[in-house]
Design a protein around this ligand. Structure first.
Ligand code: FAD
Ligand code: NAI
Length: 509
């Protein structure tokens, strides 16, 4: 009985402590402290973008060391791993957005934010030209921002490979607006298919959901969509059950090429059970408003051109360079052989420059374009910049000490200054000892539908490849813990509970 009483007391106290900690966290997040004014005498550090790379840099950067300016057309950070869940309403999009204003107000020294797109970086002049691309424009909507140091973290565009019709007729899946558009179109297709006197062929076309690209974006979306159909759509609109159909089209011989063979097979098998059709070795060549034209390579190597009608078309074929990055590359001779992004050295300095760094999908550092890489690169740069500021501070101190030592009237004062100089030089050597960027791969995770996920995880000394329902719970808890803020975590959790209890909302906004 004594043991039980103690266990109960400990549990009770831990619950109170946990609640206190949570309440303080909420209070702290809602009451930002006074901030130091930015110091115009300090170097101006301009950061482009508010995605994984840039925000991870800003999170760890000691902003009092620089005059920091952030420029991005998006005044929020987006937790992309859960974006596919927003296309079907498992999660509401605002739950995975974190306002950048909120986050920047918590930094020690104030940071300026301009909601604008960088349209051109003039490397020689050290100036970024910016443009307000939002709906409401003031008397000034184009201007320039000078920089001493620049971090390019603008991410990438959607690749279309110049295939005709892609931009006009398909939906991408990169931004919040894309997910909202897809969600609306799914319901539009279903309701239009139910329109009075619709012909059977038209019903079939409207309810054919085609996803192009068998990378993780395409696979996760296909899985979410099939879940939506099985758990909700079929229940509320039983008439669509016979014709609703998801097809995943992939040019290569298999989906998820970055995962191990065992998990590729597992995914393909799961899709088969979920009745998602996978069309591998099928390369889309043309897109019209009602069908795609795809070239299928048969087992005999013969190529067959086929028309596939669709109601919804989601295009997820990877990344392409943004124009602002392409333009910067043309200004720097050392970038002339780089094709896929800004070539950077091991300290993430853009090759051919000494004051421009690049992080994330727009930088080419021999890693996959993932959030994991971008976040680690951003954190590395923050450490580097903090250290550079410290180095400068010590060097200035050293210089003034040396001057004082030279002018010192007595030997005692000179000796004392000498001792201090030695100590500072030692500190300077320590501070300057920062190794290059090294990426530590934690593993790959993807949701594949019907409450199953696949994971290739770096585990102690080896790799662990696993798939199934347990992995799905791991996927959920991993992403929940990785959410940007406590607020995001609570919102995502509530959305999951809501979807489980009441189902997803099938109204078309
Ligand atoms: P982004 O996060 O894309 O941010 C770019 C920023 O730059 C944005 O704020 C944008 O508004 C801004 N910007 C754009 N143009 C300009 C301009 N001209 N001037 C100024 N700012 C500009 N990776 C994983 O590791 N795990 C996952 O589970 C995962 N899931 C994903 C799911 C989806 C649906 C998608 C699309 C991607 C996913 N990724 C995942 C990949 C990951 O999101 C990217 O690799 C990551 O976002 C790259 O970070 P970034 O900072 O380079 O770019
Ligand atoms: P991707 O580049 O990984 O895959 C795109 C796929 O489209 C390729 O397999 C390619 O063969 C195929 N393709 C290209 N053109 C085609 C055509 N014309 N017809 C048919 N198929 C065609 O792109 P994705 O999935 O958008 O991912 C981009 C990056 O984001 C990757 O680095 C990925 O690892 C990362 N990401 C990671 C996730 C995760 O870890 N869960 C989730 C989503 C993205």
């Amino acid at each position: 009985a004594g043991f039980l009483r103690w266990t109960w007391r400990i549990t009770y106290l831990s619950a109170i402590a946990g609640l206190g900690w949570f309440t303080y966290g909420v209070y702290e997040s809602r009451t930002p402290p006074e901030q130091q004014e930015p110091d115009p005498k300090k170097k101006t550090l301009v950061v482009l973008g508010t995605g994984w790379g840039s925000v991870s840099l800003l999170k760890k950067l000691d902003t009092e060391n620089y005059n920091v300016i952030v420029i991005s057309p998006r005044n929020y950070f987006l937790f992309t791993p859960l974006l596919p869940s927003c296309t079907v309403g498992t999660i509401e999009h605002r739950s995975i957005m974190e306002p950048i204003r909120h986050f920047l107000r918590h930094k020690k020294a104030a940071v300026k934010f301009y909601e604008a797109e960088a349209t051109k970086i003039d490397y020689e002049k050290r100036v970024v030209y910016i443009n307000d691309e939002s709906e409401i424009k003031g008397a000034i909507s184009t201007t320039e921002v000078p920089f001493d140091m620049l971090v390019v973290g603008v991410g990438a565009e959607n690749a279309t490979f110049g295939i005709p019709g892609v931009r006009e007729h398909s939906s991408f899946l990169k931004e919040v607006a894309d997910a909202q558009r897809i969600r609306k179109r799914i319901m539009d297709c279903c309701e239009t298919a139910m329109f009075k006197d619709q012909s059977p062929e038209e019903v079939k076309r409207l309810l054919h959901m085609v996803v192009v690209g068998g990378g993780p974006t395409g696979v996760e979306f296909a899985g979410e969509l099939q879940d939506y159909f099985e758990n909700d759509l079929k229940k509320w609109i039983p008439e669509i059950a016979e014709n609703f159909h998801v097809t995943l089209v992939e040019a290569l011989p298999s989906v998820l090429p970055m995962f191990s063979k065992q998990l590729i097979d597992y995914t393909e098998q799961t899709f088969k059970e979920e009745t998602i059709e996978i069309r591998t070795k099928t390369m889309v060549k043309n897109v019209t408003d009602k069908y795609i034209e795809a070239e299928y390579t048969g087992p005999d190597g013969k190529k067959v051109l086929e028309q596939i009608p669709y109601g919804l078309l989601v295009w997820a074929t990877g990344n392409a360079l943004r124009p602002v990055v392409k333009d910067l590359m043309t200004q720097i001779p050392a970038q002339k052989d780089s094709r896929r992004g800004l070539a950077v050295n091991e300290y993430l300095v853009v090759k051919g420059t000494d004051n421009v760094w690049a992080v994330g999908d727009c930088a080419i550092a021999n890693y996959a374009p993932t959030a994991q890489v971008a976040a680690q690169e951003g954190a590395f740069l923050a450490r580097l910049f903090n250290q550079m500021a410290k180095t400068e501070e010590i060097e200035q101190e050293l210089q003034s000490l040396s001057e004082r030592q030279e002018k010192a009237p007595s030997k005692e004062v000179r000796d004392a200054a000498f001792g201090e100089i030695k100590e500072l030089q030692k500190r300077l050597r320590r501070v300057k000892q920062m190794g290059p960027f090294e990426y530590s791969h934690q593993g790959s995770l993807a949701y594949i539908g019907s409450e199953k996920a696949v994971a290739d995880i770096s585990w102690l000394t080896g790799n662990l490849a696993t798939g199934g329902t347990l992995t799905y719970f791991f996927w959920r808890s991993a992403y929940l813990s990785m959410c940007f803020s406590t607020r995001n975590r609570v919102l995502v959790l509530v959305d999951w509970i809501k979807a489980k209890m009441f189902g997803r909302d099938v109204s078309r906004e």
